[in-house]
Design a protein around this ligand. Structure first.
Ligand code: 8X3
Length: 264
């Protein structure tokens, strides 16, 4: 992980799940971190956990549904932090999988789109414009999007995730176009697509209903957040000439969203 030593990595949604594990691994690899989250208590837990490294750590509490808060955080990052080398757009969530789309509140639908798409685009815009494109003589950096297999697959029934799937398909489209728009620079645009991972993501999605959560994970041996962090860090530590453009990490038991083995 020598290639990462001294790099400055910004991770959104760093206070839980895949973001938390990635922050820990990046810190251990010698990176400086800029971590964002929406909850101070969870942020304190992350900061207390970052003991295994010598890099600097900057933390920002930011509500990604609020463009002004994002703009303010970007502005502060320019004056307070080292220039960002790697942006990991990890923050994202799904809501109300217990009801079909037409029975969901539009406010909830909007919140999913605001965080997973608009917030992600605003952060990427700010980091490209004020950090990566400023590098001279050549703009350089890595932008990695934590997408999902739901970005290109839909389950056969009972999932009720129209807004989440749409948001991840948008992330895939955004990354694809951005990879072309940043042509001529040394900025690389990468995507990581996780399958089912044992984090708070699913508890929240299933409204903390323990029997739905048990049904979801029963016998499948889901991924751990650390499994994802390993792959994400690996994509980022490749030499600048190498873009591992898309990496999809699934539990062995999950052949696709259509087929999950429950024999584990
Ligand atoms: C979530 C992927 O397989 O858990 O982004 O639905 S899965």
């Amino acid at each position: 992980r020598v290639a990462l030593k001294g790099k400055t990595v910004m991770i959104t949604g760093a206070t839980g799940g895949i973001g938390f594990s990635t922050a820990r691994l990046m810190y251990r690899a010698g990176c400086n971190l800029i971590v964002t989250g929406s909850n101070q208590e969870k942020m304190d837990r992350l900061l207390a956990d970052l003991v295994d490294g010598e890099g600097k750590v900057w933390s920002y509490i930011c509500d990604l549904t609020k463009p002004k808060e994002i703009a303010h955080m970007i502005e502060r990052s320019v004056s307070e932090c080292s220039p960002v080398d790697i942006l990991i757009n990890n923050a994202g969530f799904a809501l109300k999988a217990t009801k079909p789309f037409w029975e969901q509140d539009l406010d909830d639908v909007d919140t999913v789109m605001d965080v997973n798409v608009r917030g992600l685009m605003h952060i990427t815009h700010g980091i490209l414009r004020y950090h990566m494109m400023k590098r001279s003589p050549q703009p350089t950096g890595t932008v990695l999007f934590v997408s999902s297999i739901t970005g290109h697959q839909a389950p056969l029934k009972d999932f009720n995730e129209a807004s989440y799937h749409t948001s991840k398909a948008a992330v895939e489209g955004f990354a694809y176009v951005l990879r072309h728009e940043t042509s001529g620079t040394n900025i690389r645009i990468l995507v990581h697509r996780p399958g089912t991972t044992l984090t708070e993501f699913h508890s929240r999605r299933l409204e903390y209903d323990s029997s739905s959560i048990d049904d979801m994970f029963s016998g499948m041996c889901a991924l751990q957040a650390d499994d994802l962090a390993e792959g994400i860090v690996w994509q980022c530590l490749q030499p600048e000439r190498v873009s591992v453009v898309t990496m999809e990490t699934l539990p062995t038991s999950q052949r696709s969203l259509y087929q999950v083995d429950r024999k584990w």
